[in-house]
Design a protein around this ligand. Structure first.
Ligand code: AMP
Ligand code: ZN
Length: 131
């Protein structure tokens, strides 16, 4: 059983931000920034490619509501929402979740860098995607 399923079953303790019959939100154990929260469905689904549309819709709407509340209560000035799919993208827990990462200023502990490659061809990339 995966670690988030164990948390759902109360086999592992967690700091619960929100819970209903179908969803759970907990504080991330790393607290990248204060209030870093993980939101996920209670039923085990691996990732965004496998989750059904109805559950995903509810999950993202809940993520928005929790984001608003966390930002207000924590006096955050910004927010990153993050979802990782597969190891190459940094997914370490294979039970779908959104990270809510409140941001406080540009110089906090979080770095998200979109580095510009030097050699690429936009048209050939587009041709591949739209083939
Ligand atoms: P990801 O790398 O996107 O799969 O994110 C998994 C997240 O789960 C990481 O940020 C971990 O810090 C977090 N995590 C792992 N175990 C626990 C736990 N027992 N309680 C809270 N957060 C956890
Ligand atoms: Zn699971």
């Amino acid at each position: 059983m995966c670690i988030f399923c164990k948390i759902v079953n109360n086999e592992i303790p967690s700091y619960k931000v929100y819970e209903d019959d179908d969803f759970l939100a907990i504080l991330d154990i790393t607290q990248t920034t204060d209030g870093h929260t993980l939101v996920f469905p209670k039923k085990h689904v691996k990732d965004i490619l496998e989750i059904d549309d109805e559950t995903l819709s509810k999950l993202i709407i809940l993520t928005k509501k929790l984001s608003e509340n966390i930002m207000t209560k924590m006096n955050a000035t910004g927010l990153n929402l993050l979802n990782n799919t597969n190891e190459s993208a940094g997914q370490s827990v294979h039970h779908i979740h959104f990270h809510i990462i409140p941001r406080y200023d540009e110089n906090d502990e979080v770095t998200i860098a979109f580095n510009r490659k030097s050699d690429f061809n936009l048209q050939s990339i587009l041709n591949k995607i739209n083939d």
